[in-house]
Write a protein that binds this ligand. Sequence first.
Ligand code: SF4
Ligand code: SF4
Length: 396
Amino acid sequence: MEEAIKYMAEITAAPLMYGRRIQKETGRRVVGYVCSYTPEEIIIAAGAHPLRLFGPMGELECVDTHLQSYCCSVVRGILETGLKGDADFLTGMVFPHTCDSIQRLSDLWRINVTHGFHLDLVLPVKLNTDSARKYYLDVLRRFRMELGKKLGVDIGDEALRKAYETLREIRRLLAGIYELRSANPTLLSGDDLLTIVKAAMIMDRREASDLLQRVATGLKAKIEAHKSLPESVNSSPPQEKEIKRLVLAGGICNHPRLHGMIEAAGGAVVWDDMCTGARYFQTAGPGIESDGSTAAGKGDTMAAIAERYLNREVCPAKHNGLTSRAEAIISLVREKQARGVILLHLKFCDPHAFDYPYLKNALDRENIPHLMLEIEDPLPAEGQLRTRFEAFLEMF
Ligand code: SF4
Ligand code: SF4
């Protein structure tokens, strides 16, 4: 298990290098994407490799001439990647219409980054209506057709079904790993958990599935080994009893040591509502039979893909009712027996900032302690953040 996590950490530290390697070693075309509303299944079914871009960490050199500094660091970092030519191995890029920043990133990429194709995926904003269901499916069908044209392939039903099942397996494995760790947060560090979720968005998905299976098996073996200890030592380590269980909610976490700082302060994130976390694997999606039918009788894989996006928790760039996100976070707190919530925002991320006042009110009403943490790349000094976490955890 440790080897698998180490390998995934190397990949998440250098995702572009991994993308180049995939392209060189397998000859597969690599298609970049920027948001978890991208239907990876369709890219895989087209014989290509979907690679999520997060942007480099640290100083940016080229982006300032194209994009204001008051834009989130993920979008700025991704544009920098394109402007510098670091993504020149990509056959194309996909931009779902979600937040304003990603929409403008799409325009800037189309105009300034000349290699590879450029595809927009114009999704509905409001997801809780019958017309949205129909529209979502139409958009995905159009995307399938356009991607097929760009790549010069016919995206067949069988390839799509197989890709869907591979991703469904990855989602089920990630959900299982989250459950095991939520029951016992000392099993796996939060930083390692973030690593494996991000790796699943970067790696060859079959390889990712095998590695996730190894992690799940390793965690179960750890639990069994702990159970077989004599009664005198078979109790939770004292520090575990004192861990303050937390839910982390927000957009993207690009910082590999953030969870470690929370843990050093005495807390542990036992579940999240993050784009780089549970929202990536939430709702595995309906199962597809070999004849293409689903339990819901929807009848085809495209409908199942759309169904999953419509059923999973929304990010604030989409709408699924006025209070659905607050309700989801509050029920996560109850279900996972968390004692508080950290709302993690990237600086200049408007959708999450606009969501904050109503989330704050909802959490206050339920007497759930919460901390709004706005971060940017690079992170402030580790000690500074740790002090904030410690001060927050002392509140309850
Ligand atoms: S937080 Fe929302 S808009 Fe931003 S990348 Fe994630 S899914 Fe896309
Ligand atoms: S939702 Fe926020 S963090 Fe995500 S890309 Fe948009 S502005 Fe950046």
